[in-house]
Design a protein around this ligand. Structure first.
Ligand code: FAD
Length: 529
């Protein structure tokens, strides 16, 4: 029996869904609130604001794809569901950036790990950025609300062998290790979360909050790019969008879409939200927009195991270790997890070409990979990157890599290799262009210490873009206040990962959901009164 596709069912039922690819002449839309971006921040806001009886218009630059389209084919998924066709990177090409571009945003392709914002992070925001009222206590009811809404809970299925290696290695070495809560309902344990869930088990925005908003008579305008705000003094008058002419991103500038709303809610994600503000030339006396954009830069280490790992099957991330997350000295901490190993993704992670890549790919079923998420933004030598506009107005992130970060890169490679050998790896190779297969801990230690840890040679990636419109009470070091309101306009809020003043220090989706729920509930009350 075919799996019911809730999106196709809703459209048949009469949801107001407009495909930008079909818009050929100028048009005007009106709503109480327009939400730009339908990912973690935008999806939650759409449900809460439409539940409050406000008319909501959701604008999304990506395509509308749903379970009937998700066929576990990596080539199609990266091209259709990811920013820049899966090819986004930092300005110098040194760090690959995975970020979603679809109705449902990055939640459509993420790997379902859910963590609260660490207390230390919240304290840092309060101390360094004067963020007020965002504490573990104020967030607690919103976590509860989101955990219920998105079915977030412990994952009681045994970890797949890829994750089990992290568990075994940490246990052997006495390192902290635990299971990861996931936002899934009736998960088939396929392992293909990154290509769109074909069974609707992942509780992404696509199958949860967006359908509720559409049932509440919200309108979804997709394949349409929010270009710039038209503003005067301290208010936005309207938003200009362009529909896509072709699915590959060419804009139809002959058919501008004018959107008028009482309130404008930016949720286009880190990189996307600052880009719209920069294109709009909004007031920015301290030049904060786009600054302090963070990545949780990721390093990886691969291992050959004796038993089959099949890292392409089973829940992609189910085990983590925070043993190295909050070191006593001021070095950069990191969280340890495991990536899924579908063939296209795995071939990139190997950081090899030609025959060497071929040989390593032949061993993929026995290959295990660990990743370290480096916690950027908590040190003077980790100020993050800056979003700038290319000549065509599209955004790109300039992210300098400092000696402070390189020291954490080295430490993370050493720690991961040690864990892999402790878990019984036959061979370990760090994800680096010059890496060789090493057979024991002493050998890999010497090898890593001799590796030339520089850009292009060392594999660095990111799936967690944060910041660029940071929160705080002082306009000289923030873009929005602690209620996510833009400092200089009355009718603009930002509710997505861009408002974090540093990286989160944990996979960010639940932090974004909870913050968006808190702020959009406040906004709903204000707009209703
Ligand atoms: C492969 C992968 C795995 C991940 N796994 C996890 C995980 O397991 N756990 C976790 O916590 N996090 C994970 N993340 C990260 C997490 O999903 C994101 O941090 C989160 O979704 C960001 O939410 P957001 O609202 O800031 O932006 P997004 O969810 O990215 O949504 C922003 C939306 O805005 C749209 N947009 C941008 N510009 C415009 C414009 N000009 N006009 C109209 N629309 C626009 C984008 O197309 C996008 O759909 C993962 C990310 C990736 C890529």
């Amino acid at each position: 029996m075919a799996i019911p596709d809730p999106i196709q069912q809703g459209i048949k039922k009469g949801w107001q869904v407009v495909n930008g690819l079909k818009i050929t002449k100028p048009s005007v839309f009106e709503a109480d609130v327009v939400i730009i971006g339908t990912g973690a921040g935008g999806g939650i806001a759409a449900e809460i604001l439409s539940n409050a009886g406000l008319t909501v218009l959701m604008v999304e630059e990506g395509l509308l794809r749903s379970s009937n389209d998700f066929n576990m084919d990596e080539h199609i998924a990266y091209a259709e569901l990811y920013q820049e066709g899966g090819g986004r990177s930092t300005k110098d090409g040194a760090i690959t950036i995975m970020q979603g571009k679809a109705v449902g945003g990055t939640t459509v392709v993420n790997w379902t790990s859910c963590f609260h914002t660490p207390d230390t992070t919240l304290q840092f925001w309060q101390d360094q950025f004067s963020v007020t009222g965002i504490t573990a206590e104020t967030l607690a009811p919103w976590y509860q609300y989101i955990e219920k809404r998105l079915n977030i809970g412990s994952w009681d299925v045994p970890p797949n062998p890829n994750n089990a290696v992290l568990k075994a290695g940490c246990e052997k070495l006495g390192y902290q290790v635990a299971s990861i809560p996931r936002n899934v309902k009736g998960c088939w344990n396929l392992g293909y979360c990154g290509t769109g869930c074909p069974t609707n088990a992942k509780q992404s925005m696509l199958v949860t909050t967006i359908p509720t908003a559409l049932n509440n008579n919200a309108t979804l305008l997709y394949a349409s790019v929010a270009q710039r705000f038209n503003w005067q003094q301290d208010r936005i008058n309207h938003l200009i969008c362009y529909p896509l002419k072709q699915a590959n991103g060419v804009l139809n500038k002959q058919a501008p879409i004018t959107i008028k709303a009482k309130h404008y809610l930016l949720a286009a994600g880190a990189i996307g939200s600052p880009a719209i503000l920069l294109r709009s030339n909004v007031p920015d006396p301290y030049r904060r927009i786009g600054q302090r954009t963070f990545l949780h830069p990721v390093t990886m280490s691969a291992a050959q195991m004796s038993e089959e790992i099949a890292g392409y099957a089973g829940a992609p991330q189910s085990i983590y270790s925070d043993h190295f997350q909050w070191p006593d000295d001021d070095s950069m901490g990191f969280k340890l997890e495991v990536p899924p190993l579908q063939p296209v993704l795995a071939s990139v992670l190997m950081k090899k070409t030609g025959d060497e890549l071929h040989q390593r790919m032949l061993k993929l079923p026995y290959t295990q990979v660990l990743l370290a998420l480096l916690r950027d933004g908590f040190h003077p030598e980790s100020q993050g990157g800056r979003v700038v506009l290319r000549n065509d107005g599209s955004p790109v992130l300039d992210y300098p890599l400092t000696p402070y970060i390189w020291r954490a890169v080295k430490k993370s490679l050493l720690v991961m290799a040690e864990i892999q050998f402790a878990a019984g790896a036959k061979q370990v190779f760090p994800a680096h262009i010059d890496s060789t297969l090493t057979s024991n801990w002493l050998e890999v230690k010497a090898h890593i210490n001799n590796l030339d840890l520089v850009t292009y040679k060392t594999l660095l990636g990111s799936a967690h873009v944060m910041g660029g419109c940071g929160m705080g009470e002082k306009p000289y070091n923030s873009v929005v206040n602690s209620e996510s309101r833009f400092h200089y306009f009355d009718n603009l809020s930002i509710l997505d990962g861009s408002v974090f003043p540093t990286s989160v220090g944990a996979n960010p989706q639940l932090s974004i959901y909870a913050l968006s729920a808190l702020q959009s509930s406040r906004l709903a009350s204000e707009l209703k009164s």
